[in-house]
Design a protein around this ligand. Structure first.
Ligand code: AMP
Length: 453
């Protein structure tokens, strides 16, 4: 099948050629004809499968050229990065038309976005919160919306956007509206949303196992502790030619920041950037941009911050920490092996994380190949505290599986401890002592202020 077979107009075909879309991806082959025929679609596919063009091309075909002031299509996305990414992809596809595409999202000035809306738009890509903020100010009119897309619906549910989405559905016209919903996974909440939102939808499923297994080589390394994980990461990053553009995923903002700080001490900090939710919007955009255009080789990221980043030529995804939201594994590794490229995903697993890897393997219906640690990688001693933390995590997993499980770690800890004796005395504990009143206390006085850090 070719893009010509969809009978797209010349402007769109030229743009596809320029973007080097030689053949439609599987989701495009399935979704484009259905969407062009006006059907509602439920697409189960992750980012990286070409789903933006799958819903974008039919929307652009339907709108054809710039007309009027108000948006004709609305696309909702969970994060600002994804909203920007979708808008950019659509702008590239609409390059030879005059269709106006705008993305709006929180964390950045609302006035500039309102001013852009007032210039007249055809397609609006938005995060739900900012969309409602602007709508409630009376600056947005939905009466001409004919197509509504919910992208990454599972993530929107995870991020608690159900309420906002319901509100949006209440205020946009439902008559003759085409609805498209995309989700990487299909949890209960998304199913109930599809029942509310879609009318007789056609369900198209591009299974993660097919997409992950075919284009992405997945491997895992069992690593005893954090320091050894860092040694292994350094070992890989030393191969600059092969590891030319790498995303390193950490589970928390703190882990991401620590890892980033460690790496910049070792390498040139222009080659490494970090994105997580504590970083300002502009810092995140700059980091993303320089990663995309190849100035930055390594991007350390948390899951939420990384959503929607679309860097086609990511050579490797390294899971420094195993994700505990298992669907995130699918999202993470979807950054590599995009569309017609091949990629590699490498996961570092400590003994507490083995539990999560088993669950992930069940989800993706694939056994991830395990490799021995390369002999040159130094295996360091596990500090006591880190070992205790891992043992505790293992106990917690076992307890979650079997409520009767007593917990080897807790028991041992308890039995080593002398029994607690609670003596009753008349003596007052130091806590009960009344604090002496402070005289001359002026809260504004610098001396009396507590240091924050
Ligand atoms: P998406 O899943 O929409 O985020 O798309 C992933 C990446 O694949 C984007 O960079 C698209 O530009 C690219 N892409 C989409 N469709 C095709 C295609 N038919 N051939 C090659 N690349 C594509």
């Amino acid at each position: 099948m070719t893009f010509e077979d969809f009978k797209l107009n010349k402007q769109l075909l030229t743009a596809c050629q320029e973007l080097e879309y030689s053949m439609p991806t599987p989701i495009q082959t399935e979704v484009i004809p259905l969407a062009l025929a006006g059907h509602d679609v439920l697409g189960i596919a992750q980012t990286g499968t070409g789903k933006t063009a799958a819903f974008g091309l039919p929307i652009l075909m339907k709108i054809k050229y710039a007309q009027g002031m108000y948006p004709k299509a609305l696309i909702l996305a969970p994060t600002r990065e994804l909203a920007m990414q979708i808008a950019k992809n659509l702008q590239d596809l609409a390059k030879y038309t005059d269709i106006r595409i705008l993305s709006i999202y929180g964390g950045t000035g609302i006035q500039a976005q309102i001013a852009a809306i007032n210039q007249g738009i055809d397609i609006l890509v938005a995060t739900p919160g900012r969309l409602l903020d602007i709508y409630l100010k009376g600056e947005l009119f939905f009466k001409e919306i004919k197509t509504l897309v919910l992208d990454e619906a599972d993530k929107m549910m995870d991020m608690g956007f159900m309420h906002q989405i319901r509100k949006v559905l209440e205020v946009i016209p439902s008559k003759k509206r085409q609805n498209l919903l995309f989700s990487a996974t299909l949890p209960e909440k998304v199913i109930s949303l599809t029942e509310e939102f879609l009318e007789f939808p056609h369900r198209i499923e591009i299974t993660p196992s097919a997409t992950t297994a075919e284009t992405i080589a997945q491997s895992l390394y069992k690593v005893p502790n954090l320091k050894t994980k860092i040694n292994l990461l350094e070992y890989f990053l030393a191969d600059e030619e092969k590891f030319s553009r790498v995303m390193v995923f950490a589970r928390t903002r703190k882990n991401a920041e620590n890892l980033y700080k460690y790496l910049v001490r070792k390498y040139d900090d222009n080659l490494i950037k970090v994105i997580h939710a504590n970083k300002g919007q502009n810092t995140r955009i700059n980091a993303m941009e320089s990663f995309k255009n190849g100035e930055v080789r390594v991007l350390v990221a948390t899951d939420v911050a990384a959503r929607g980043i679309d860097a086609i030529a990511v050579s490797h995804v390294i899971n420094f920490d195993v994700p505990i939201v298992y669907e995130d594994y699918v999202h993470r590794i979807g950054r590599t092996g995009r569309a017609n490229h091949t990629g590699e995903a490498i996961t570092f697993v400590n003994m507490a994380e083995e539990y999560h890897i088993k669950k992930i393997e069940n989800l993706i219906k694939t056994k991830i190949t395990e490799f021995e640690l390369p002999t040159v990688v130094e295996i360091t001693y596990t500090p006591h505290e880190e070992m205790q933390e891992m043992k505790k995590a293992i106990d917690d997993h076992k307890k979650a599986e079997d409520p009767d499980f007593k917990g080897a770690f807790h028991e041992k800890k308890e039995s080593n401890r002398p029994p607690k004796v609670t003596k009753k005395t008349d003596k007052k504990s130091p806590k009960d002592k009344k604090k002496p009143e402070r005289k001359n206390f002026n809260p504004r006085h610098k001396k009396n202020m507590k240091k924050k850090y």
